[in-house]
Design a protein around this ligand. Structure first.
Ligand SMILES: Nc1nc2c(ncn2[C@@H]2O[C@H](COP(=O)(O)OP(=O)(O)OP(=O)(O)O)[C@@H](O)[C@H]2O)c(=O)[nH]1
Ligand SMILES: [Mg+2]
Length: 323
C-alpha cells in the first residue's frame, strides 16, 4: 500500500503501528512530514492511544555530541527494558540528509532492536513548520508504545528552542571551548533547559564551561524560589561516561514535574500551541486562496482609493473567511 492511499489504509496503518510494526510507524511519520490530507484521520485514530510516553528533548550547537548522547541514552533506557523512540529533527533543512544521515549510521547499533524506533524529520518548508509537525510525529511514536521518546534537534536558534519546548524534559548540551554558554544565553536556550550536559568532559575546559554556565544561570534572576534548578551534568558521551547521571537528572526532573503539577501545565501549553499552529495554518491556507480571489483585490482597490482604511479591509477579509 502506498502512503496516502485511503482512510481505510490509515486505520490499518495505525493498527499496525500500535502492534509495533516499524514500517507502519515510518509511513505515519511520512504523512506528518508531507502534511498529507490523511493526517487528520490518522491523528483522530491515534488519539485514544497516546499520553503514555515521556518526551526528552536534546538540543545544542552542531557537533556538541547530541547524537552520541542520544545513542548512549537509548542504550541506558533499553537496559531498563523501556521501549524507545528517537526523532531527529532538523528545523533549518528542507530535506532529510546530511547530519541526520550521519546519525542513522551512528544509530546502527540499535537498528535491529525491535524496542527502538528511529526516524529523522525535516520540515520540507511546509506551512506551520516543525512546531506543527513535531507533536504529530511524537503522537505516532507514543501510540506505537514508546515509553521514552528522545527528540534531537540541530542547532540553537529560535526554531530549536520551540522544538525543545515540546519535551517534558529538555536537555541542553554544551562542550568546552565552543563559547557555548554565551551563545546559548543569546539564543534564549538557558530558559528552556531542565538539565544541562557539559559533554566532551575529556577535553580541557569542561570545568570552566560548567562554571560559566553556573554564572550565567545566577545572572538570570527570572527563576523563582520554587522553580526547578537545572542541574549541570558532565559527560563523555563517546565513552558512555556520565550517562547514568543524565538519566538520574531526567528522572528527578520528571518527579518534580509530577509532584509540582507542572507536567499537566506543560502538556496543556503544548496542546494550546499545537491547536494554534493548526488554526493559523488553516487560516493562512484560506488567506492564500483569497489571494487569487476577487475580494482581496477589490479591498485593495478601495484602500488605494482612500475609501476604507486597511484595518476595516482586514475585518472584511476575516469576516469572509467565516463562511
Ligand atoms: N572527545 C569527545 N568527542 C565526542 C564526545 N561525544 C561526542 N564526540 C564526538 O563529537 C563529534 C560530534 O558528535 P555528534 O554526536 O555527532 O554531535 P551532534 O551534536 O549530534 O552533531 P550534529 O547532529 O551535527 O549537530 C563526533 O565525532 C563524536 O564522536 C565526547 O564526550 N568526547
Ligand atoms: Mg546529531
Amino acid at each position: 500500500m502506498s502512503v496516502g492511499a485511503s482512510a481505510a489504509g490509515v486505520a490499518d496503518l495505525v493498527d499496525r503501528a500500535r502492534a509495533g510494526d516499524p514500517r507502519a510507524v515510518g509511513r505515519l511519520i511520512s504523512l506528518v512530514e508531507n502534511a498529507s490530507p490523511l493526517l487528520r484521520e490518522a491523528t483522530a485514530a491515534l488519539m485514544p492511544h497516546v499520553g503514555h510516553a515521556r518526551v526528552i528533548g536534546l538540543t545544542g550547537s552542531p557537533g556538541v555530541g547530541k547524537s552520541t548522547t542520544t545513542a548512549a541514552l537509548v542504550r541506558a533506557f533499553r537496559a531498563q527494558n523501556q521501549r524507545v523512540g528517537v526523532l531527529a529533527v532538523d528545523p533549518s533543512s528542507p530535506f532529510s540528509g546530511g547530519a541526520l544521515l550521519g546519525d542513522r549510521v551512528r544509530m546502527q547499533d540499535h537498528a535491529t532492536d525491535s524496542g527502538v524506533f528511529i526516524r529523522s524529520m525535516a520540515s520540507r518548508g511546509h506551512l506551520g513548520g516543525l512546531s506543527w509537525a513535531t507533536p504529530q510525529a511524537l503522537r505516532v511514536l507514543d501510540a506505537a508504545g514508546c515509553d521514552v521518546i528522545l527528540v534531537e534537534t540541530v542547532g540553537v536558534g529560535q526554531a530549536e528552542v520551540e522544538v525543545a519546548s515540546l519535551a517534558d524534559t529538555t536537555i541542553v548540551l554544551l562542550a568546552p571551548g565552543m563559547g557555548d554558554a554565551i551563545q546559548a544565553a543569546k539564543a534564549g536556550i538557558l530558559e528552556v533547559a531542565d538539565v544541562f550536559v557539559v559533554n566532551k568532559a575529556d577535553r580541557e575546559g569542561a570545568d570552566a564551561t560548567a562554571r560559566d554556565l553556573r554564572h550565567m544561570l545566577s545572572l538570570a534572576d527570572g527563576r523563582k524560589a520554587d522553580a526547578w534548578q537545572p542541574p549541570i551534568v558532565k559527560t563523555v558521551a563517546s565513552r558512555g561516561e556520565g550517562i547514568d547521571d543524565v538519566v538520574a537528572a531526567v528522572d528527578k526532573h520528571r518527579e518534580w514535574l509530577a509532584a509540582s503539577g507542572r507536567l499537566d501545565g506543560r502538556r496543556r501549553a503544548r496542546a494550546a500551541d499545537e491547536i494554534e499552529a493548526i488554526a493559523v495554518t488553516s487560516l493562512r491556507e484560506r488567506m492564500g486562496d483569497l489571494r487569487g480571489g476577487s475580494l482581496l483585490d477589490e479591498l485593495a482597490g478601495r484602500v488605494v482609493a482612500g475609501e476604507i482604511d486597511p484595518y476595516a479591509a482586514a475585518d472584511d477579509l476575516l469576516a469572509s473567511l467565516r463562511h
